[in-house]
Ligand binder design. Sequence first.
Ligand code: 9UX
Length: 72
Amino acid sequence: ITEKAEFDIIGMTCAACATRIEKGINKLEGVTKATVNLALETASVEYNSAQVNIQEIIQKVEKIGYEAKVKQ
Ligand code: 9UX
């Protein structure tokens, strides 16, 4: 099942930060589309919930060096 989640991303300084996070999330198995908005400090992620979950997405962002919080 394809689901969509929105995250607040903390710690982005320049456009390359956003690109790094976007590429990193997109590399996760099960992520079909991830976009990061630097100005809004958000990420929008479409993913297959059978393959990856929100916690794994957050952990990926943290591994790259930023903080992510899911928006309700
Ligand atoms: Mo820009 Mo972000 O030089 O970690 S890539 S600040």
